[in-house]
Design a protein around this ligand. Structure first.
Ligand code: SF4
Length: 428
């Protein structure tokens, strides 16, 4: 049966003036993406060309997950390398040569740039081209930047995927490309729902292995599963692929709208769509309703961090009954998040970029029930008695599509319940 429930009227925020501020910002760098990317690409290695700080970040963020030969590492450029960049290139060639001879399982090698000035001066694109010539056809060497000067933490994935797009072979095949690194179980759920509707063939980027038959061309249509893939979106369009714009698949409503947009592209009729989605939609609604009991009527303030802020504000306000005070995002790509902005009711301040002190002043004045922010801001705000949610958890936790909708709502309701319990204890 087609669900005739009208989508709740919204005047939408697509044309809301955006508050743009530039100043000090509090975000992780793009190296963080390596933590989840190395798990998706089973024959890839990420070689960060950086400093000891970069090595420490990766080790502390991912140390607990290393149980075999790691698939990322850091080539540390010492300060003495500043004196001779030619030496640094030779040293890089030597490190890569040693790594590849020791690890024949590596088929894709990413040279990942970072902040130190000696790394910025090193032309990693040239190095990647030279090393590809040396190690082809067995290994493809690409480069991207994870530097904290240029990237926030989810932009590392965007830069990595965008670096792969130009080297993919051409195909004229009609196909759907799902773009974004999702946990395997979540990706399987999405593919299964679409295949049950008869949509296909379906490919994914990043592909699990370099020798997959993934190609690109003018008959490729693509759907993004993450809202932070602006450069990848542009790179895919340059290859002739066409974007299926849709709200992002967070919550029951977002997932249904995302699937509907893909289904429409492939001519799926209403009866088939409803047959496939009816049961998981009902499960998602029920699970979200449970968490929404805690969230309904509460206010939320987003600091810019993951670029998930706009779709999540749409989910929390429309499906969980929250009120958004400010929705801050590091960047706003309307080609990507426009459909979510359309659904987000007018009212919140929409801000892009950050001057963290000014934004903290606004947050303290508003005293939201829940603040979504990076790790560096969460502890000070908690110390001031405000409930917070770490934005980074939203990227490390499976939160997309129907079966995870309840968990997504739960991520926001838990800190509120905890804050409530602490208040009760303090009163006793
Ligand atoms: S890339 Fe820059 S911000 Fe990131 S760990 Fe290295 S030095 Fe720090």
């Amino acid at each position: 049966m087609t669900d005739q429930t009208p989508v709740r009227a919204s005047t939408g925020c697509r044309d809301t003036p955006v508050l743009k501020q530039r100043g000090q910002r509090e975000v992780f760098c793009g190296l963080t993406g390596i933590i989840w990317l190395h798990r998706k690409m089973q024959d890839a290695f990420f070689l960060v060309v950086g400093s000891r700080t970069c090595a420490h970040l990766l080790q502390s963020a991912a140390g607990v997950m290393i149980f075999a030969e790691p698939r990322f590492g850091t080539a540390i450029l010492e300060e003495t390398d500043l004196a001779g960049l030619a030496d640094a290139q030779t040293e890089l060639d030597r490190v890569v040569g040693e790594l590849l001879s020791r690890r024949p399982d590596i088929r894709q090698l990413f040279l990942v740039g970072s902040c130190p000035s000696e790394v910025i001066k090193l032309d990693l694109q040239l190095a990647a081209e030279r090393l590809t010539e040396q190690h082809a056809p067995h290994v493809r060497v690409l480069n991207f930047s994870g530097s904290g000067i240029e990237t926030t933490f989810t932009q590392g994935e965007d830069a990595c995927l965008a670096s792969m797009v130009p080297v993919l072979p051409k195909t004229d095949a009609r196909q759907l490309l799902l773009v974004g690194a999702l946990p395997d179980v979540v990706e399987e759920q999405a593919v299964s729902l679409l295949e049950q509707m008869g949509v296909g063939p379906i490919r994914v980027l990043p592909a699990p292995r370099a020798d997959s038959d993934l190609g690109l061309g003018e008959n490729t249509v693509f759907a993004l599963t993450q809202p932070f893939l602006g450069d990848t979106h542009a790179a895919l369009e340059r290859r002739g692929a066409r974007h299926i714009a849709a709200p992002f698949p967070f919550g029951e409503e977002g997932t249904t709208a995302w699937l509907r947009a893909v289904a429409d592209e492939f001519g799926v009729d209403d009866a088939t769509f409803d047959r496939v989605t009816e049961a998981p939609r009902a499960r998602a609604r029920k699970a979200v309703a449970q968490a929404a009991q805690t969230l309904s009527g509460k206010s939320v303030f987003f600091f810019p961090d993951s670029q998930l802020e706009i779709p999540l504000a749409r989910f929390l306000t429309r499906e969980c009954g929250m009120t958004a005070i400010e929705v801050g995002a590091p960047f706003i790509h309307k080609a990507l998040v426009g459909p979510d902005l359309d659904l987000l009711e007018q009212g919140p301040v929409i801000s892009e970029g950050q001057d963290v002190d000014l934004q903290l002043d606004r947050c303290r004045a508003a005293r939201p029930d829940l603040t979504v922010c990076g790790l560096g801001l969460a502890n000070p705000l908690e110390a001031e008695g405000m409930a917070t949610k770490w934005a980074i958890e939203l990227v490390f936790t499976p939160v997309h599509f129907y079966e995870q909708a309840g968990d997504l709502a739960g991520l926001f309701s838990r800190p509120l319940r905890r804050a409530g319990l602490l208040k009760v204890e303090a009163a006793e």
